[in-house]
Design a protein around this ligand. Structure first.
Ligand code: HEC
Length: 145
């Protein structure tokens, strides 16, 4: 087969595939556009407790009203693997029973890149991303354990 014939054949096959594709389109398919408006959205609101904006607002309010301890507990999820679910220790030392001020001071030291124990390098990346408020919340939570 010469090259021109191969090209023509190739184009025919591709055109055929495109044609077959257009023939098998489902005309009732409405695409991924969000069509839940009007009555549909009213039903959704009734089922989900308000508009999307209202739900989002109440979530933010709940977060703002949460106690430092509750926020700390949430953050502590990142620490469980090394310090245990109740701060009982594991890869990292036991945190349970330590005063909040001690926890805050130690975390601040790690955040500043200071070495405390031999394995401080494991805590540097953890503490680096902590804001002051995160440290306070964590301290409040750990001292409650
Ligand atoms: C990858 C494991 C790992 C993770 C995750 C981790 N830690 Fe640690 N943590 C350690 C190790 C190891 C030490 C001991 C470091 C040293 O030798 O100074 C330590 C030390 C500490 C200390 C000092 C304890 C003491 O009495 O000297 C505190 C406080 C602490 N971590 C808090 C946290 C908090 C809060 C989190 C979660 C935000 C966290 N750690 C996540 C491994 C981890």
């Amino acid at each position: 087969m010469n090259t021109n014939a191969a090209i023509v054949l190739f184009l025919l096959v591709i055109s055929g595939l495109i044609w077959a594709g257009t023939q098998s389109n489902d005309p009732s398919w409405t695409g991924n556009t969000n069509r839940c408006v009007g009555e549909c959205y009213d039903t959704w609101k009734a089922e989900n407790g308000g508009s999307i904006a209202a739900i989002e607002r109440s979530k933010q309010e709940a977060l703002a009203a949460a106690s430092p301890e509750a926020l700390g507990e949430k953050y502590y999820g990142q620490c469980i693997a090394c310090h245990g679910g109740n701060g009982e220790g594991g890869i990292g030392p036991k945190l349970q029973g330590q005063a909040g001020s001690d926890i805050a001071a130690k975390l601040t030291a790690y955040r500043n890149g200071e070495a405390r124990g031999a394995q401080s390098a494991m805590m540097w990346p953890v503490a680096k991303s902590m804001a002051d408020a995160d440290i306070d919340n964590i301290a409040a939570y750990i001292s409650s354990l």
